[in-house]
Design a binder for this molecule. Sequence first.
Ligand SMILES: [Zn+2]
Ligand SMILES: [Zn+2]
Length: 222
Amino acid sequence: MVLKLEGKRFGRLTVIGRAAEKDKTGRCWLWECLCDCGNTCLVPGNWLTHGKKRSCGCLQKENRENDVTGQRFGHLTAVRPTEKTVRKGIVWVWRCDCGNLVEATIDAIKSGGRRSCGCRNLAIKKRQAVEMQAGCGRQDGTALSLLKSNIVYTHNTSGYRGVSWHRTLQKWTARINFRGKTYNLGYYDSAEEASAAYQRAKKEMHEKYIMEQEIKNDDNSN
Ligand SMILES: [Zn+2]
Ligand SMILES: [Zn+2]
């Protein structure tokens, strides 16, 4: 059987034409190939057709030098190199945490800031939209974005969030705002104690609330 391989591409190799010699076994013709890297090489025809050789050797060399198999960047884990090469190197297959497979060069992942198949961008945008909605419209009178922050407001006298000095009682008092209402959490001798009361209440009330909201928002979007 005479193979017709001229002009065909196998991986990085383009077949120039059949050489005058056969391989070591004397059974298979050698074909001269031009590799994408510029090298030429002689390859037995059946190696080409069986996918045994797909470059002059430069592909394996690059893979060896730059093997990222199993390495994780953000939500993407390197699965295997493809046979595709672009200017910035070998294109790899990456598995996203969500299960999607994407193709990109190592360079694009490392320096391009690509950290997922795209699903994370959506998730982040969704979260921002939820917070914006909560911040502007206020759901049930409580702004999610305010709840989540631990910013100490400048008019606060204690340096602790939710804690202020009660001048008449000469005590520290903790208050928490929740769903449009202010709850008094008691009076304390030290700002630290008042802050601890605030943090306890915050944990109980707000985290439960945020969880409920997020579950609700997830349900709404499905
Ligand atoms: Zn090559
Ligand atoms: Zn994904």
